[in-house]
Design a protein around this ligand. Structure first.
Ligand code: FUC
Length: 338
């Protein structure tokens, strides 16, 4: 494992942003101290050619003004919180409204939009990047002074992200990473020719504001627990595909009975991505509103979105005693030819 540290730029507040480049014979990854962004991730195709499979920008300025949440740490609450209201212990907290009347991904000036304290090292052949930041009580409206610690680990062909949140008072947290994957390599093609397998028991039907409203167990626009060609899904005339701008933008309730929660494969390059998480849900988004539509697919491994309204019985509370933690692995491998 090799580690290279570069200065990537300076934020508009004059802080130095670092780029950490870990590389071994399976993976070459660049991660920024800004937002914990995965700036690029190169893995080999079946002929051994390394190419980038994660959407990124060239400059820090673009990350500072990114409406798409490219590969960043996302939270305090990933996804949409209805009416930007969070109720904890009977108190209603008014969150910032940055998506119509709702809160999206915790607001605009939050975890993805700041420079984190960072420390990189190699521990027994494993690349480890530790990122830390503090979010004060009522930032973007959320309760609790929270210390966040996110650890990226790169080991052989696997990237693991561990998220931790320590709050001084009762709050709710739901973090994820918002990487857009495209296994074609260097974005030669959209994701349409790639195949996805979601090991789920159902998905959340969404309304016109993309808020989940009910659980569907039938395979209406995508086959669950089987490989589906993304082109068929993206082209589907199903109302749930149309309502999110043509594609997927839905939470899938994971079955947790398979080795991986989500799989993506590209027959052409031979690249495969296998995702495993300790979270109950994968919010899958096919980049329906990107400048280059369907140029990447996000696997946002997380807790139920809009949990208080969608799945209130599952709401967890985090505080000094109950620390928030989540763990997700992304494994890259060459797939066998059919
Ligand atoms: C995803 C989607 C949204 C939004 C955002 C940037 O998580 O659920 O619709 O476009 O990313």
């Amino acid at each position: 494992m090799k580690l290279n540290v570069l200065k990537f730029g300076q934020t508009s507040f004059g802080e130095d942003v670092f780029l950490y480049n870990f590389s071994n014979k399976y993976i070459d990854i660049e991660i920024l101290s800004y937002g914990g962004v995965i700036k690029s991730l190169k893995v080999p195709d079946r002929n051994g050619n390394f190419e980038n499979v994660v959407l990124g920008y060239n400059s820090l300025k673009e990350y500072e003004n990114d409406p798409y949440h490219y590969a960043c740490i996302t939270g305090r609450i990933a996804g949409r919180t209805k009416d930007a209201l969070l109720k904890i212990d009977g108190i209603e907290y008014q969150l910032s409204k940055n998506n119509g009347k709702n809160n999206l991904h915790g607001g605009d000036k939050t975890l993805h939009n700041r420079n984190w304290q960072s420390k990189a090292e190699i521990v027994e052949g494993e690349g480890v990047l530790t990122l830390e930041t503090f979010s004060p009580h009522l930032e973007e409206g959320f309760p609790g002074n929270v210390n966040f610690k996110v650890i990226y680990r790169i080991n052989k062909n696997k990237v693991t992200i561990e998220y931790n949140g320590f709050s001084d008072r009762n709050t709710y947290l739901n973090l994820t990473n918002h990487a857009y994957f495209n296994l074609s390599g260097d974005f030669k093609e959209t994701i349409a020719s790639q195949d996805v397998k979601i090991n789920a028991i159902g998905y959340g039907r969404v309304d016109e504001e993309t808020l989940p409203i009910s659980i569907e167990k039938e395979d209406l626009f995508i086959k669950m627990s089987k490989y589906s060609n993304l082109n068929e899904v993206l082209e589907s005339k199903h109302q749930q595909v149309k309502i999110v701008g043509g594609g997927i933008d839905h939470p899938f309730i994971l079955s947790k009975d398979s080795e991986y929660d989500v799989e993506l494969k590209d027959e052409k390059s031979g690249r495969g991505l296998f995702v495993k998480s300790d979270q109950p849900v994968a919010v899958i988004y096919t980049g329906n509103f990107l400048e280059h539509t369907h140029n990447g697919i996000c696997f946002e491994m997380q807790d139920y979105p809009d949990i208080q309204n969608f799945m209130p019985s599952k709401l967890k509370i985090y505080n000094k005693i109950e620390k928030y933690q989540q763990n997700t692995e992304f494994l890259f491998d060459i797939i066998c030819k059919n």
